[in-house]
Ligand binder design. Structure first.
Ligand SMILES: Nc1ncnc2c1ncn2[C@@H]1O[C@H](COP(=O)(O)OP(=O)(O)OP(=O)(O)O)[C@@H](O)[C@H]1O
Ligand SMILES: [Mg+2]
Length: 371
């Protein structure tokens, strides 16, 4: 007997009692659920080697007052946000540096970022006014972390805040986090030349590093676990995703709370959840492009572009130019939702767009958003 039938047959009260006991049994190995939350910051993150370079630049900034701006690039779940949030906890205690942090997904223009850093609602003042207030608020050596900088709105294509901070007489060190190097290419020449960010690549984790991350979560969150299972999750994660630590952590959580499912089933479930989160987080334009790729008969980028244009016009939206459309496809590639493969058709080279997500899921999520 399944679902509602079961509840009907035993009655709600009995069902609650039985199901509570059952779930209690299933989760008996869990000591602390909070360590499986993606916003959880462990006291001692597993250290990756690129970390040292970043810390050393911060210490040089502390001593000299001259900040080297940095652009940290790494694929999804490579620990960028975690590492900067951890350094924000640790570094100011031992130096004279201040840290401020903004996520450009939630504050997607220079104006909104400054308002957020000032703790204000983004209205009422102008950008120069907010900037003056910000300078007054942060007179000392300040590390400005701009997370998910690639998600700033196209309305602020020049990312004015970068220009302002890089030209400031006050000591700032800007640290930008993103999935792809594309963002640096999009900056206008004036900003690029005064910012001159130093790129730092967070390499994808290998299976050993993912296993260390899992072991740490297991020690903190579980009463018992099997090291062989941690190794299996780490191997699946590095082989079948871009070593996304989120997928690994969620698989571990499912393995601990769904004892009837094997590791592979938990991994597939975790991966599907993460893809759904990722697709739901896309802007309308990017979701339209992904939908066009998921439902097009042809996988050639030019054909997908035509389908995307038709859909946009049908929904009274002005479609992007092909160049802008292609930049968005590159973004979808950088977050791991599609792969672009160069191919020769006739005499010219073009790109095939290979979806890594399930096309039916993409279609369903687009229907939910656009109707
Ligand atoms: N070195 C690490 N030690 C412990 N936990 C880690 C480490 N790296 C990543 N994690 C965990 O993996 C998850 C994903 O990490 P994080 O959010 O920092 O990735 P990200 O690189 O910012 O990804 P995105 O590009 O999607 O923003 C988080 O729950 C984080 O706590
Ligand atoms: Mg992040």
């Amino acid at each position: 007997m399944r679902g509602v039938e079961l509840v009907r047959s035993v009655g709600i009260s009995t069902y609650v009692q039985q199901q509570k006991a059952e779930l209690g049994k299933q989760t008996k190995h869990v000591r602390d659920f909070s360590v499986f939350d993606f916003s959880y910051i462990p006291d001692q993150p597993v250290v990756r080697r690129e970390c040292r370079e970043l810390i050393d630049e911060m210490l040089r900034f502390d001593i000299s007052g001259i900040g080297t701006h940095m652009s940290i690039i790494g694929s999804r779940g490579s620990g960028k946000t975690l590492m900067l949030k951890h350094l924000q906890r640790v570094v100011p205690k031992q130096t004279s540096l201040e840290f401020v942090y903004a996520n450009c997904r939630h504050h997607n223009t220079s104006f909104k970022i400054l308002a957020h850093l000032l703790g204000e609602k983004p209205r009422g003042a102008s950008l120069p006014e907010y900037y003056e207030q910000f300078l007054a608020r942060c007179p000392g050596k300040t590390v400005v972390v701009l997370d998910e900088i690639d998600l700033m709105s196209s309305k602020d294509r020049n990312r004015e805040i970068l220009y302002l901070l890089s030209r400031s007489e006050q000591p700032f060190m800007v640290v930008m986090l993103s999935n792809s190097p594309q963002v640096l290419k999009q900056l206008d020449a004036a900003t690029r030349s005064s910012l001159q960010p130093m790129p730092l690549h967070f390499r994808n984790y290998d299976a050993g590093q993912i296993q260390d991350i899992l072991k740490q979560r297991a020690q903190l969150g579980l009463k018992e676990w099997d090291d062989g299972m941690l190794a299996e999750i780490a191997a699946l994660t590095t082989r079948m995703t871009n070593a996304d630590a989120r997928v690994a952590i969620k698989t571990l959580k499912y393995s601990a709370t769904r004892p009837r499912d094997d590791t592979k089933a938990c991994f597939e479930r975790a991966r599907r959840d993460i893809v759904i989160d990722m697709v739901n987080d896309l802007s309308d334009a990017n979701l339209t492009i992904l939908w066009a790729a998921a439902t097009s008969k042809s996988d050639l980028a030019k054909e997908i572009y035509k389908r995307y244009c038709r859909f946009s016009r049908d929904h009274q939206e002005k479609p992007f130019s092909y160049v802008h459309f292609y930049a968005n496809l590159s973004y979808l590639q950088s977050v791991g939702l599609v792969a672009l493969v160069a191919t020769k058709v006739g005499r010219t080279y073009t790109n095939r767009v290979i979806l890594t997500a399930d096309p039916r899921t993409v279609d369903q999520l687009a229907t939910l958003r656009f109707g």
